[in-house]
Every structure is written in C-alpha cells, then in structure tokens.
Design a protein around this ligand. Structure first.
Ligand code: FAD
Length: 409
C-alpha cells in the first residue's frame, strides 16, 4: 500500500520550524516532512550578529526545536537536502538527493539571501556576508585576530556588525551609499545611530561606496567612490537581502519581490503556501503588499500558514515588529512608517533614550523606540486599538504613554 502524501515544508529556518511544530500542536497526525538545505539543526539567526558573534552565547542556545523533536513528533527531517523543483501539476517535489516527494500541501519558507557586491575583488577571501551559522563561526574567529574592519552598508545588520567589531577591539570604518544610517527610520533615528557609533570610535562615511577591493588572495584594501583607499583585512558586505523565490518562479507561481500570498498565506497555487522572508503579503497599514525580513513576522507567518493549511480562514493580521541591538542600546520598531509621515518625538534622539510616534490623522500607526520599552509597549496598544491621540499631548515629556494607552491619560 502506498504511503499517504505528507505536508512538506521547504526551508528549516524560523518560519518552517514554527510551522512544523504548530501543525503537530494543532493535532495534525498525518505525514510531515521538513527539508533543510543547510547541514544544521534549525537555528535562530538574530544572535549571529550579536551575542553569538561576541562569544556571549554558544551553539546550543541557537536551537529552534528541542533536540528530540523530530523523533518525538514523527517528523521526516531531511537534513542537508534541498528542494530543486516543484511540479505543481503532479504535486511533487524534486529533491537534491535525486528523489521525488509527493505532497498534499506545500509550504515554502526558503527565507532570503545576502546581496553580494559586484565589484572587482569581491571574491577575495575576507570579503564576507553574514546569513548562516557557518559564516558567523568564521567571522567570530576572524574578529578575535583584531582585523581592520570595513563594513559596507549602514542598515541594521551593518550597524550591528560595526558594534560587535568595535566591542571586539577592532578598528572599524563603515560606508553607506545613501545620505544616512538606517534609512527608512527617519532622519532623527539615522542621526542617533550615527552618533552612537561615532562616539564609540567607528569612522562613518555617507554617500560613499566601494569601487574595488585589492589583495592577492586575501582582501587588503578597498578603493572608494570618494577617491580614497582604505586598508582592511575584513570587509563585511551588508547591502541587503533578496527573497529566495527561485522555486516559486520556476513553478509558475506569482512572484514579485517575493512569492505573493493572500491573507491566508496561500500562493497563486491553492496547494502551496509561503511564509517568512520569502513571502510578500498585503499590509493594510500601508495599503500595499510588503515583504519583511523580521524575526517576528517569520515566526507568526509560520504559525499562521500552519493553521491555514489545516483549513483556518483567519486572515494574517500582525502588526510588524522589529528590533536591533547595538552596543548596550536596543532599537525597536512597531508598525511601518510611510515616507514623510508626521511624527512626534519624545525625548532627545542624541541621548539614546527617545521614541518617535508616527501619525496618520489622529492615529498612531508606527513607533520607533530606542531604549524605551514602555513607550513601545504603549504604542503597540494605541496602534492596535486605533485610539485617537492628540499630538500636543503626546509630545509633552510628562505624558505617560502607558496611562494614555490604558485610557487613563
Ligand atoms: C545575522 C542576522 C541577524 C538578524 N537579526 C534580526 C534582528 O535583530 N531582529 C529581527 O527582527 N530580525 C533579524 N533578522 C532577520 C530574521 O532572522 C529573519 O527574518 C528570519 O530568520 C526569517 O526566517 P525565515 O524562516 O523566513 O527564513 P530563514 O531563517 O532564512 O530560513 C530559510 C531556510 O530555508 C533554507 N532553504 C532555502 N531554499 C531551500 C530549498 N530549496 N530547499 C531546502 N531548504 C531551503 C535556507 O537554507 C534557510 O535555512 C536577522 C537575520 C540575520 C541573517
């Protein structure tokens, strides 16, 4: 007798791990298969650019699923095996080990990959990106040797790596092609992050990019667009990520900067779902589709897709949330600000203890908080409940946002 078809999950990162455990928790007792291209147990990525790189945590703490999960939960775990082709008409997956797997439903949680630079010398040893545990391990060892570090890209990942390298005692220069750090967060946030790094000795240059890397086998220097040349033994390329949507493209799914999904995480093929960094979905807050590379989004979309594959019709409704840690500061963002949106600033951005509330008419739609956990929590409530606010009251330093969010302001 042939075996029943499994639910297959392609990609054993955060969204895939959350989905696989949610399916069992929800009582799905059919066959369940998880494919993971990396030869690793599913692990968490945020510590790779923070505590793990600093040597403050070890591998075992990165684990996303308990050690005995696969045997306890009877999940067919295909470690180091990737899906190379989807045959949607036959509901089959072709795998890298040459086998073909039929599926009942398929969930794509293939994540994203780091963008590399296409300039001469990019292939030299020491010109690195960071996405995987194996890459973090190499970097961790290299940082111990106290190299001269050049970080390319002033987004969150670049800033986190600059912070770790400084904390490791390295000389660090950071280049940003645009006019500010963490663009998209507004000029105050950019100025604050810039000051945070400059005060700690990072040399930051804006509107500057790399034209070429120099070196024999290893990188030794970089020529920059401002006409200068900087010495470096390690160049960390942090210029963004792209969705790993290639399986979806080849299978004829609708793809445009990510695999397009509906409110139920379903792609243009009803038997195929997508979640996490690879999925592009409708966000009512901005009235357009977005794709997020946020931990919280991947976790909740994984859970949501699991429920949807079991027949739930609840739409995905989660306020976007992101955090970043740099030195001893924590930046958190809830919601997504639209360009040019009116804002109220609480506190002083240059003291690293402030928050920015982004307004749309009388409502808050997003909040950036730097070392202000209470403001973030209150803003989340104010946004979620669509409470009417007065911008003048919000701006007053003595206004307690927490009380306001509980209707006591
Ligand atoms: C260094 C780093 C630091 C981060 N820090 C933060 C942070 O501070 N805050 C925050 O909010 N977010 C952070 N993020 C982002 C967050 O980790 C991601 O949004 C999250 O990991 C996305 O989960 P995912 O499951 O969609 O994809 P991933 O975690 O990327 O997992 C996808 C997996 O699928 C595998 N795969 C791809 N194609 C195939 C295939 N064909 N067959 C089989 N397997 C395949 C990949 O190898 C990968 O293991 C960070 C990310 C990185 C890389």
């Amino acid at each position: 007798m042939s075996q029943p078809e499994p639910i297959c999950i392609v990609g054993a990162g955060l969204a895939g791990s959350r989905a696989v455990s949610a399916l069992r928790k929800a009582g799905f007792d059919g066959r369940l298969m998880l494919l993971g291209e990396e030869d690793e147990e599913p692990y968490d990525r945020p510590p790779l650019s923070k505590a793990y790189l600093l040597g403050r945590t070890d591998r075992s703490k990165l684990r996303l699923l308990p050690e005995t999960f696969f045997s306890d939960q009877a999940v067919e775990w295909r470690r180091g095996v990737s899906a190379v082709e989807i045959r949607p008409g036959e509901r089959r997956l072709v795998l890298s080990d040459g086998t073909v797997a039929p599926y009942l439903k398929l969930l794509l949680t293939t994540g994203s990959e780091a963008v590399t630079l296409r300039v001469p010398g990019s292939a030299l040893d020491g010109v690195e990106t960071l996405r995987k545990l194996s890459e973090a391990e190499t970097l961790r060892d290299r940082l111990l040797r106290g190299p001269k570090v050049l970080v390319i890209g002033g987004g969150f990942l670049g800033c986190e790596l600059a912070a770790v390298a400084r904390q490791r005692g390295c000389q660090v220069a950071l280049l940003e092609a645009g006019p500010a750090a963490v663009t998209g967060m507004g000029k105050e946030a950019g100025a604050s992050v810039t000051q945070l790094h400059r005060e700690r000795g990072v040399e930051i240059r804006f509107s500057t990019s790399v034209l070429r890397f120099h070196g024999d086998r290893r990188v030794e220097a970089a020529s920059l667009s401002d006409g200068t040349r900087v010495q470096c033994d390690l160049a960390l390329v942090c210029v963004g990520a792209l969705p790993r949507a290639e399986l979806g493209v080849a299978a004829g799914l609708r793809v445009s900067d990510g695999i397009l999904v509906n409110r139920h995480g379903q792609t243009s093929d009803p038997a195929i779902f997508a979640a996490g960094d690879v999925a592009r979905f409708w966000y009512p807050g901005l009235r357009r589709r977005i794709r997020l590379e946020h931990w919280d989004n991947a976790q909740h979309q994984g859970l949501h897709a699991a429920a949807a594959m079991l027949g739930s019709r609840a739409p995905f409704r989660r306020l976007p949330y992101f955090w970043s840690e740099q030195y001893d500061s924590t930046l958190q963002m809830v919601g997504i600000p639209a360009p040019g949106q009116p804002q109220v600033i609480r506190g002083d951005p240059l003291t690293f203890n402030f928050s920015i509330l982004y307004l749309q008419g009388p409502f808050i739609t997003a909040c950036l908080a730097v070392n202000r956990f209470a403001d973030l929590t209150a803003a989340r409530r104010l946004i979620g409940q669509r409470m009417v606010v007065d911008s003048q009251i919000l701006a007053r330093p003595d206004t307690d946002l927490r009380q306001l969010s509980q209707g006591m302001g």
